[in-house]
Structures are given as C-alpha cells and as structure tokens.
Design a protein around this ligand. Structure first.
Ligand SMILES: Nc1ncnc2c1ncn2[C@@H]1O[C@H](COP(=O)(O)OP(=O)(O)OP(=O)(O)O)[C@@H](O)[C@H]1O
Ligand SMILES: [Mg+2]
Length: 314
C-alpha cells in the first residue's frame, strides 16, 4: 500500500500459554505520530518487538516500512529503515556517548562523514555534546535515555519506535524529546510511541491506540474523547433566550439546544464544523457571545473507562 508505514493484521504473540498480544490489526500512514497506550503488561513492548523483528510473531501478518516481518530476505532492509528506542536502553556503559553512537552508525554502514555529522547534530540537540567523550556509565538515567534516543536516530530511519522515551526524563528534557519527535514528524518520518503519559499522547499524537492484549480502540485523541462522551458546546452569552436557542436549533437540528441561565448547551457531533455555525447563528439572532467552550471527556477518562470496561460504541 503506498504511503503505508505499518500494516498489521491479526498480529498475535503467545508466550507458552499466555497470549500477550491478541489479533492486533493496525495501519499507520507515513508521517503519522501514533501513540500506543495501555496498562502495564498490556503487550505494548511485545507488539513493538514483533514489529521491529526482535521476536517472532506467533501468527498474523505485519508489513513494516515495506518489509515483511518474519521474511529473512527483508531483514537488513528493515534494520536500515527503522530505529528503536527499546524499553531497556542497554548502552555500552564503558564506552563514551560518542562511541556508542559511532558503533551503532557503523553497523548500519553509514559513511564516516555522514556519521560524524549525524552524531554531532544529535548530541548537540540532546545537550550532550560537551559530554561526548565521557563514559556513559557515569551518566544519569535521563542522560542515558537521551543517548539511547540519539542512537535510535543515528542512521536517519524513516520509522522510529520509541518505547516510553520520556519515562525517565525531567520535565524540560521530556519537552525537548517531544520537540524532537515533532521535528521528525515534520521531516515526514513516522513515529510509533509507547507511552503511559496521556497528556503527552494528546499533545503530540495524530492517533492513539489503546491496548489491553487486544486493541480496544484507535482514533485521534479528539475522536476518542468525542466518541466516548458525545460532545457539548457551552456558549456563555451576555443574555441567553429561547429565541437565540431557536436560531441555533434551526441550524444544527431540533432538540439539541438547552438554555441554562446565561448559557446555551448544545449537543454537537463535529465541533470543528458546527461551532462556527453555532456562533454565526447566535450573532445573527442578536446574541453576544462571551465564551465558547467544549465539554468533553478527557483522554484520561476515556482510557480509564475503556481499560476497565472494554466496550466503546463505535
Ligand atoms: N519474554 C517473555 N516471556 C514470557 N512472557 C513475556 C515475555 N515478554 C513479555 N511477556 C508477558 O507478556 C505480557 C505483555 O508484556 P509487555 O512487556 O509487552 O507489556 P507492556 O504493555 O509493554 O507493559 P509495560 O507498560 O509495563 O511496559 C506480560 O504479561 C508479560 O509478562
Ligand atoms: Mg513495555
């Protein structure tokens, strides 16, 4: 499929009698930032390890960056195209930050000049250039994490898997990592992000999937919130009236508007499309808008509800 970076169908992993990942089907387009959410033990890391060909799948199909997972002939091509920040970072502790990146880059067969340029750019971005010649054994957790992120990117992969990249980072470093991810997105690279940080997912992901062995749902953060709660627009007016409510209903359907004090509460399906219509109708009816806000379920509420109930109307 053109423009497809990941296509998985019925991807399943069993460890003995334990089904860690059950029938996951998923498509990622080129340039997408995808957030993979789910409780501890949900199978996120296992899924990433299958998609990066670190462990074999039990069944199902996965095509990643045009390489078929499990097909030996595609293995090298896959390695060159994808980068991985694993859950357990695993650097060469006695080597310096620079050497760690150099070693990896050489494995990918980068030429010397490109490699040096990439290493310098990445270490500078990570604020580690000054420490490039220090053994990573002396680094803090967060600094090691940054070296590992740089390592995942050193060969300019088009698809990057990051398993909880900001888990050990201070708020400023976490923000820096998010900015790096958004910069990668701008370069049309595709990002698969395992995270427990819902706020992070909401801020940088185009779509998120919620996994609990099975994939419970996939959608943009906004879609999931809306799907879960229905959506309400609250318009605070200088003075609300039945006449103004009627004017709004005439535009977006009867039975959707409620007057409450100086507010109109409006049921909407598609706030991005309907809110401007609502605002225009109010103004045309002589209403004066003080505030227009969206009431919706937060991604956190959606997440908690889903992983406890599993049932989401689609
Ligand atoms: N090598 C293995 N052998 C046996 N069981 C495994 C192995 N790897 C993972 N599991 C099991 O598979 C399930 C999924 O684990 P996984 O690490 O994929 O979860 P996760 O979603 O990444 O969790 P976390 O958020 O804690 O990182 C767990 O029950 C785990 O114990
Ligand atoms: Mg994990």
């Amino acid at each position: 499929m053109p423009g497809s970076m990941i296509h998985a169908e019925g991807l399943t992993k069993q460890f003995g009698t334990l089904t860690a990942v059950d029938q996951v089907s998923l498509d990622l387009a080129e340039g997408e930032v995808f957030g993979f959410l789910g409780p501890n033990g949900a199978g996120k890391t296992t899924t990433v390890r299958m998609l990066t060909s670190l462990i074999s799948k039990t069944s199902g199909v996965a095509v990643v960056a045009d390489c078929e997972i499990g097909k030996e002939a595609d293995e090298l091509k896959l390695r060159a195209r994808i980068g991985l920040l694993p859950e357990n970072v695993g650097l060469y502790e006695n080597s310096t930050a620079y050497e760690n990146l150099e070693y990896f880059g050489q494995l990918y067969g980068l030429d010397g000049a490109t490699l040096r340029r990439n290493i310098e750019r990445l270490l500078r971005t990570m604020d580690l250039w000054e420490k490039k010649d220090v053994p990573v054994a002396t680094f803090s957790k967060g600094m090691k994490q940054k070296v590992a992120i740089a390592r995942a990117l050193v060969h300019d992969p088009i698809l990057v898997f990051l398993d909880e990249p900001t888990a050990n980072l201070d708020p400023e470093a976490a923000k820096m990592v998010r900015e790096i991810l958004l910069a990668l997105k701008k370069e049309k690279r595709t990002i698969f992000l395992n995270t427990h940080n819902l706020d992070e997912a909401q801020r940088i992901c185009d779509r998120v999937g919620i996994l609990r062995t099975r994939l419970l749902t996939v959608g943009s953060p906004r879609e999931l919130e809306t799907r879960m709660s229905g959506n309400r627009t609250v318009v605070k007016l200088e003075r609300a009236s039945e006449a103004i409510a009627g004017a709004v209903e005439a535009q977006i359907g009867s039975g959707r508007v409620e007057v409450s004090g100086d507010q109109l509460l409006v049921d909407v399906d598609d706030p991005d499309r309907q809110n401007p219509v609502i605002a225009a109708a109010i103004v045309a009816a002589g209403g004066r808008i003080r505030q227009l806000t969206q009431l919706s379920t937060s991604l956190e509420e959606v997440y908690l509800k889903l992983i406890h109930e599993e049932a989401l109307p689609s």
